[in-house]
Write a protein that binds this ligand. Sequence first.
Ligand code: F0G
Length: 358
Amino acid sequence: MHKTAPQVLSLISKYAEFLPVTLDTPIVSLGEGNTPLVEASSLPKKLGFPNLRLYFKLEGLNPTGSFKDRGMTLAISKAVEENASAVICASTGNTSASAAAFATKAGLDCFVLLPHGHVALGKVAQAIHYGARLVQIKGNFDRALQLVKEIGDKCPVTIVNSINPYRLEGQKTAAFEVIEALGEAPDYLCIPVGNAGNISAYRRGFKLFHEIGRVTSAPKMHGFEAEGSAAIVQGKPIENPETIATAIRIGNPASWKEAEAAAVDSGGKIDSVTDEEILDAYKLLGSSEGIFCEPSSAASVAGLIKHLKAGLIQADASAVCVLTGNGLKDPETPQKVNKVDLSPVEANLDALRKVMGI
Ligand code: F0G
């Protein structure tokens, strides 16, 4: 029997009127976007702010497990439209996973440069699995991005880092979805900041929907760098950035100026959070809300808590925390940060009841 193919609405078709595409743009889609906005249950009360209306944008539910897919569907579609044969990116892991998957889907070669020893296991696994040409360099992300720019200048490869103009255009669709889910703009958006592209993209999306009258306000943008990599907060590039949140271990953010403008123009702020604050928020999300995001993503919640306590975020407002990546990418961290005894017990009822205490 003949069956028609299921109609999956790609992000690009859904928001085509707001994106730099034409009817001739070949759409490369893996079913990205349309991620859930989930309301917090116990966290506001637990934190001592019971009147806060708090939502999580679960970007880890994208096809490769992070928000990068929103920008990559557009960057790769445009690369195909422009007859590219290969793409390249530097990455702390998620961009490479996304680039590799979408490039493969489109039949393009994909080269990825990773900072050796500082990429979560699952992300390396993804790049390998999707067939990318993976090179680990003896240097950090900032150095990898410099090299990618040099290669892009000299060789016929398309750069798909967020310096590619299509990336942030695709990523701004997340702001549209937040507005559509809430029926209005939230008062605050809290978001991790690494290379500073995503905060810039959200600001573009919120600003656009405000300007065309879909909503009557735009959220204050509160972005959070990791303290050991807080170039924007310190006002100077960090030569040797460090943080447990490897996805945002970046010392010279590419979208620095646009991110700063996003915070200032919206009435928000870019601040930093310590590794301890990030891990506390990471654990809280698992134990209070049933959410497994990656450590870097929890910087948004760590920052929210910091700014609630400092009075920089109103206690009775609405706030969205962007949880940028899926916790399964980094399966080693929960065992490192929680005290759990995993030694096996005898396989009988008595032994079991004893350890269970029931
Ligand atoms: N959260 C996660 C999980 C990320 O992977 C990144 C960036 C960010 C937050 C920060 O977003 O760079 O737009 O400010 N990851 C990039 C990568 C750098 O290579 O995957 P940003």
